[in-house]
Design a binder for this molecule. Structure first.
Ligand SMILES: [Fe+2]
Length: 214
């Protein structure tokens, strides 16, 4: 018996856990009348390629949700600089979806079948914020806050799939995912620099309001 807590002990436990999960899933699928072999079921849990495809589907859904959400953010932005940053990012996002399409095509997989609930939640929060009564300049600051949350979520997602693609030796996918990852990072930095002036304007708008009241 390996010592409790040793790496051998942990590896054994992991192996046992995976095999018990796959036996349970096999049992469930048999009950449901599906003809899935034990090997196929283990592939679903154990293969990095499967996880890679799953994460890519998540990003595909996230990007398409962003494409739908950005026009409203563009409409609500007051700062010209912010509006044009959103407009540019909308066009960029369409190309990012094309890159994902290319990866799915190369892997002979479908991009459909998953909804990114994380992005759904982030965009829902952004939508709620736009419905609040705010000074234009303050809303700009709030839009940047929402957009940067989106960017950070995407940076995490693309960083992960890029690393998986490297591990799987999928060089073309690594290249495409890295291009998108760099764009997301640049967008995040651009938003940080726009925030520098927008936040000052938001603060000044608040001060003017106070003076009006006084
Ligand atoms: Fe994106």
């Amino acid at each position: 018996m390996p010592k409790v807590g040793s790496s051998e002990y942990l590896q054994n436990r992991e192996r046992l856990l995976v095999s018990s999960i796959s036996s349970s899933l096999l049992f469930i699928s048999k009950q449901a009348g599906h003809k899935i072999t034990k090997t196929e079921m283990q592939m679903k849990i154990e293969s990095l390629r499967e996880l890679f495809i799953d994460e890519l589907k998540d990003l595909y859904s996230a990007e398409n949700q962003i494409i739908k959400a950005l026009p409203k953010m563009i409409k609500n932005a007051t700062s010209d600089e912010l509006r044009s940053a959103f407009e540019e990012h909308l066009e960029q996002t369409k190309v990012q979806v094309e890159r994902l399409d290319q990866i799915f095509e190369d892997l002979d997989e479908s991009p459909r079948g998953k909804k990114c609930k994380g992005m759904e939640g982030l965009l829902e929060e952004g939508k709620e914020m736009m419905e609040e009564d705010m000074e234009d300049e303050v809303l700009d600051a709030a839009l940047i806050a929402a957009a940067q949350r989106v960017e950070h979520y995407e940076i995490a997602g693309y960083g992960t799939v890029r690393t998986y693609a490297e591990q799987l030796g999928l060089d073309d996918a690594v290249k495409l995912l890295e291009e998108t990852l760099e764009e997301e990072k640049e967008t995040d930095q651009k938003l940080t620099s726009i925030a520098e002036s927008v936040n000052v304007e938001a603060e000044e708008a608040g001060e003017e309001e106070e003076e009006d009241v006084a």
